[in-house]
Write a protein that binds this ligand. Structure first.
Ligand SMILES: [Ca+2]
Ligand SMILES: [Ca+2]
Ligand SMILES: [Ca+2]
Ligand SMILES: [Ca+2]
Length: 508
């Protein structure tokens, strides 16, 4: 009964506050600039409630969500800074090189935003579970644009302390390969005059401006360029299923078959049945995705010659001092499957020339892809089919081992911070590291700093929380993500803090 009353109230509000979609609202203001953004080595937000798997209380049910908040899930406190874990390629003690550190490059890795149009018929919320499909629904997913804006505010504050050259994505920028999701991602990071992350009905969940995630707002926008990396969620339905003609038609239709959200009926999900169609929900096949991103802002790396061939993003990113170069790889599989792939043809024709050039130039290389080498497959996992010419994890590591300037392969996808040393059977050892997501707790990008220090490169990867200062919507999103994590509904183990220092011997 209570829910019905609430739904009726929301419908009244909608009728009262309807306005043409895309209209600009006068008087909207950016949030104030942050005074400071602490790094994770100074302070982090920590969960107050231990992990207890609440199998019978799905946070997708507003009654259960309220119960879980009352039970203390979602409560967070500021905790002391993280102590970095130290890695060397030979497993020995870190070198006390004695050299004065010289900063070679400083950038941010921002991974797995999974910005979701939570009202789309493409949603598969009905499949949300405690296991492999935990990502089908998140109680914070409607707040994605506010979370991304909060991350941009923190990155800009760090930049004002010491310049950050660029932000590189970790992939899974959108959740569902949808045009409006990609456009929202671009608009928030590029600092559009206004963005409204709302589709179908123009919803106003709480009357008034700037007080709910479906309200328009003025994003801060990054103060530095950002670079695109493609993830499985950027090219597939829910990160798993191919965008068939039927799937593409359903995206812009009015039937929610597998569960979505219909705010007019309140927060409860999944809703199945007839919803308001929206052409801005167009599914983006990978060539259309490349065109959409390349056509926004400065093109986000995709205007480099040959960068978007075959709809796959492979390109280099230079750093200002010219001593370190990023090489972006596209490991997504448009034919289906959440896991990653590297095809021998792409490696030989697109990656090898970039690595050979880096070697000729004497430049250190950081590879960046959505999937880590550990997540490389032949494409035959759930939702996909075997692809000819796929490299195994071992073959990829052995390939990289031939290039002495390869220092690190940086990735996302796992939604957890993880670091390891890769020791190929031939060639040299290097590092692999995955950053956590923005979508799920701990919702942290990482600052990547590369120093030259005596006979070593010294890499510091440091997570940091997005700011919630003057931003109750970002704070609400954090508490929801905390609740999702500590009730077991987000999956994952979160064993590593993500603060690491990596020592790599310089190439003579
Ligand atoms: Ca979930
Ligand atoms: Ca809506
Ligand atoms: Ca709205
Ligand atoms: Ca509102």
């Amino acid at each position: 009964m209570k829910q019905l009353a609430l739904a009726a109230a929301v419908v009244v509000v909608l009728a009262a506050c309807g306005k043409p979609s895309g209209a600009t609202d006068a008087g909207l203001q950016k949030l104030p600039e942050l005074k400071a953004a602490p790094l994770g080595t100074e302070r982090v937000w920590a969960l107050d409630h231990p992990l207890v798997v609440e199998r019978d209380r799905p946070p997708s049910n507003p009654g259960q969500l309220a119960y879980l908040f009352d039970a203390g899930y979602g409560s967070v406190s500021a905790a002391p800074g993280l102590t970095p874990a130290v890695f060397t390629v030979d497993g020995g003690a870190p070198s006390s090189s004695g050299g004065t550190p010289v900063l070679l490059a400083r950038f941010v890795h921002l991974s797995d935003m999974q910005l979701a149009d939570d009202e789309s018929p493409s949603r598969l919320v009905g499949f949300d579970n405690l296991g492999d499909l935990s990502g089908a629904f998140r109680p914070q997913e409607a707040w994605g644009c506010q979370m991304l804006n909060a991350a941009a505010r923190s990155i800009n504050a760090l930049h004002r302390t010491r310049p950050i050259e660029f932000v590189v994505s970790g992939g899974d920028n959108a959740d569902n390969a949808q045009r409006n999701e990609v456009q929202w991602f671009d608009a928030v990071l590029d600092g559009a005059p206004q963005v409204e992350c709302d589709s179908g009905d123009d919803d106003d969940l709480r009357p008034g401006q700037g007080n709910d995630p479906k309200d328009p707002f003025v994003p801060e926008g990054l103060a530095m360029p950002w670079k695109w990396v493609t993830g499985n969620h950027d090219v597939l339905n829910q990160g798993v299923f191919q965008l068939t003609a039927d799937a593409r038609a359903s995206y812009v239709g009015n039937q929610a078959q597998f569960g979505t959200r219909r705010w007019a009926q309140g927060e409860a999900v999944p809703f199945t049945g007839t919803i308001t169609a929206d052409p801005r929900r167009e599914a983006l096949v990978r060539t259309a995705l490349m065109d959409e991103v390349a056509g926004s802002g400065d093109g986000h790396g995709l205007k480099a010659p040959g960068a978007t061939q075959d709809g796959k993003a492979f390109y280099p990113v230079e750093t200002a001092l010219g001593r370190v170069r990023l090489v972006v790889l596209d490991t997504s599989i448009a034919e289906g499957s959440a896991e990653g792939i590297l095809l021998r043809d792409d490696v030989e024709n697109r990656v090898r020339p970039m690595l050979e050039k880096a070697e000729r130039d004497g430049v250190y290389v950081i590879l960046v892809s959505h999937h880590s080498p550990q997540a490389l497959t032949d494409g035959s996992n759930f939702g996909g089919m075997a692809q000819p010419g796929a490299l195994t994890t071992t073959q990829w590591r052995d390939f990289l081992g031939q290039f002495p300037h390869v220092v690190l392969h940086l990735a996302g996808h796992s939604h957890e911070h993880h670091t390891r040393v890769a020791r190929p059977s031939t060639g040299h050892a290097f590092f692999e590291s995955e950053s956590a997501s923005i979508a799920d707790w701990p919702q942290q990008p990482r600052l990547v700093e590369i120093f030259e220090e005596g006979a070593f490169l010294h890499l510091k990867l440091t997570p940091f929380d997005y700011a919630e200062d003057d931003d109750p919507l970002a704070a609400e999103a954090r508490r929801r993500a905390a609740l999702d994590s500590s009730t077991g509904w987000a999956g994952g183990n979160l064993k590593e803090s993500g603060a690491v220092e990596l020592w790599f011997p310089k190439v003579p």
